[in-house]
Design a binder for this molecule. Structure first.
Ligand code: GPP
Ligand code: MG
Length: 287
């Protein structure tokens, strides 16, 4: 894979993409992401799954905050582990892609688990720089590389990937364009894993809570059926669909009680509890 230098005009094709890049370049000092990342150096930009240990809320007051932060981070890493469970098995010579790689947390975990070469792409130059610095600090810069590229048009070689994933990134793109590109990149039998928040066709259109989430993150949450239509249209055949909604609610409950809450917690809790929004994992094979 080549390492050409890209300019913002090559990578950011629309005014919308420019505004998303600006968001991720400029809103990066939130303690909810930095303080969690500092726990073990894995910086995530996704949410968590699994029950939290209620003991973190008890015990000495002066270390309560630290306990909650470590617990939120553990739940976010558990989410990334689940993505990887659906990605493998993979061999060390395989190439894999993190489409919308953020600060690199999931990519580093993938390299740790499979020994694979990992490429991450992001339209935020800040995130690409941060993640590449992390790769150097972790001593894996030869194996885990981040690129300022657009996941709709990566420039990587057709059929070169054994697997790829989007961990909460698809709400920023047109699914048909994304799956055309991922389908091009994956070899026959290659695996795609998606974790996303999507709205519920059964309850109807975008609820107020879902609209609040869109506004907060400058994103455009898709309906559940959009995923299956777009995958089917691009030779991606689902093999597992896991509704993670019940598993992510405890994360949001704990986050709402923490010092790092950002104000979006109630919208997620409302959307999940009223059933207008799901947190979904979809694993699909490229045929
Ligand atoms: C996680 O990033 C959020 C997104 C990538 C966007 C929206 C996702 C949905 C599932 C709707 P983050 O970790 O930067 O968010 P926060 O700062 O709130 O923790
Ligand atoms: Mg976060």
């Amino acid at each position: 894979m080549t390492t050409t230098v890209s300019t913002p005009d090559d990578v950011l094709r629309t005014a919308y993409q420019k505004s998303v890049a600006a968001y991720w370049n400029n809103n990066q000092q939130d303690p909810v992401n930095l303080r969690l990342g500092e726990v073990d150096g894995l910086y995530h930009h996704h949410y968590g799954i699994g029950d939290y240990d209620p003991a973190v809320l008890e015990g000495p007051d002066d270390s309560r905050d630290e306990r909650i932060i470590a617990e939120l981070h553990r739940l976010e890493s558990a989410q990334a582990d689940l993505v990887l469970d659906h990605l493998g098995p993979l061999a060390p010579h395989d190439r894999i892609l993190d489409a919308g790689s953020g600060r690199g947390g999931t990519s580093f975990m993938a390299n740790q688990r499979f020994g694979c070469l990992v490429d991450g792409v992001s339209i935020s130059e800040y995130q690409v720089g941060f993640a590449n610095q992390q790769a150097v600090a972790r001593g894996v810069a030869d194996k885990v590389r981040f690129h300022f590229r657009n996941m709709l048009d990566t420039g990587f070689e057709s059929g070169s990937l054994a697997a790829c994933w989007t961990n909460e990134t698809t709400m920023y793109v047109d699914l048909s364009q994304l799956y055309a590109e991922l389908s091009r990149l994956l070899r026959f039998g290659g695996r795609y894993v998606c974790v996303t928040g999507c709205y519920n066709d059964v309850t109807g259109g975008r609820s107020k809570a879902v609209s609040r989430i869109d506004e907060h993150y400058v994103c455009n949450i898709h309906r559940r059926s959009d995923y299956f239509k777009a995958m089917a249209a691009h030779r991606l055949v689902p093999v597992s669909v896991v509704d993670l909604t019940a598993l992510t609610i405890p994360y949001w409950e704990l986050r709402a009680k923490s010092s790092v809450a950002t104000g979006i917690e109630e919208a997620f809790l409302t959307a999940y509890r009223e059933g207008s929004f799901h947190y979904l994992l979809i694993a699909a094979d490229r045929v």
